[in-house]
Design a binder for this molecule. Structure first.
Ligand code: PMV
Length: 317
């Protein structure tokens, strides 16, 4: 049995749309920060006596075709017919837009490949994790991570003088209840019906180049502005789909307003939102306490977590 820990990541330049749905290949690149406070722990054991794969998610036996499909990829590669016993715990709300699929499939990719006797190099592991969930490719690595659109779309870590300085404050809305639309279907729907999808695809490479430069130069203000803009553009694109995809709830808007006020007052704070109502705020170690206090004050949030950058997915036993 192999046990692995992997951290979730939050995209600063968002991934939204695929060039190949079957292989789960993104239409554009993305850039993220791995978060040490959002951890998934997963154990995998292949056992020839099992008739079916068994999955226990957060203590409850669960049927999950996506997990079985993913394990089939590992079995094919390792030429291993045995079914697997998988136990996975998210130390934060699951499937609510807090990137549990990123840490979940990164952890599953590493645990299942090792349990099947494979020792994949990081880029191959990242491309494997991508098959489970696009954003999972980035959770194989720690710190700032870039995922390219081309080739097998694996991710790679990017070094930055900002790494000891940045923090992410995560304001949870609605108690982390499951999100309204899964990102997979919502992306597909946006691609097919949003009149803004083409504009979105034109924007991403520009944001990505500017964000990579900001990460390399240690320019947090430039990075924050791009991150907030990328998130608004992704949501604008999804909101314009027909029918609209709306992830925001009233507290989401209140939190966004508070982030703007903080920034006006000189605090380092830039907001980003994923496929859920939560607001994540890029800030500094210095300002994280104040950001947390201020977001706690907003009606409708149910918890506020401060996270340091996290490390790569790793085998713990
Ligand atoms: O990896 P998926 O299929 O759950 O999609 C992730 C989508 C966003 O979280 C909204 C953006 C991103 O780049 O992580």
């Amino acid at each position: 049995m192999v046990t692995v820990k992997a951290c979730a990541n939050i995209a600063l330049v968002k991934y939204w749309g695929k060039r190949d749905s079957a292989l789960n290949l993104p239409a554009a690149g993305s850039l993220s920060l791995t978060l040490g406070a959002l951890v998934t722990e997963t154990s995998v054991e292949f056992d020839r006596s099992l008739a079916e794969d068994e999955l226990v998610l957060d203590g409850a036996a669960t049927d999950n075709a996506r997990v079985t499909g993913f394990l089939d990829l590992v079995r094919d590669r390792a030429k291993l017919p045995a079914r697997a016993r998988v136990t996975t715990e998210n130390h934060f709300p699951t499937a609510s837009g807090l990137a549990s699929s990123a840490s979940g499939f990164a952890a599953l990719a590493l645990a299942a490949s090792r349990a099947a006797g494979l020792d994949l190099p990081p880029a191959e592991l990242s491309a494997l994790a991508r098959r489970g969930s696009g954003s999972a490719a980035r959770s194989i690595f720690g710190g700032f991570v870039r995922m390219r659109a081309e080739g097998d779309a694996h991710a790679e870590p990017v070094s930055s003088p900002l790494i000891d300085k940045v923090r992410m404050v995560v304001a949870i809305v609605g108690g982390g209840a499951p999100k309204s639309h899964g990102s997979r279907d919502a992306m597909e729907h946006t691609t097919q019906t949003s009149p803004l999808y083409k504009a979105w695809l034109d924007l991403v490479p520009k944001d990505l180049a500017a964000a990579e430069a900001a990460v390399a130069n240690g320019d947090l203000e430039a990075l924050g502005e791009i991150a907030e803009g990328s998130s608004f553009a992704m949501h604008a694109c999804a909101l314009a789909a027909r029918p609209a995809i709306v992830y925001w709830q009233p507290p989401t808007v209140s939190l966004l307003a508070r982030v703007r006020e903080l920034r006006k007052g000189g605090t380092a704070a830039w907001a980003t939102i994923d496929a859920g109502p939560h607001v994540k705020v890029l800030t500094t170690a210095e300002d994280a306490g104040e950001v947390r206090r201020e977001l706690f004050d907003v009606d409708g949030e149910t918890d506020v977590i401060v996270s340091e950058p996290g490390g790569p997915a790793q085998v713990v036993s």
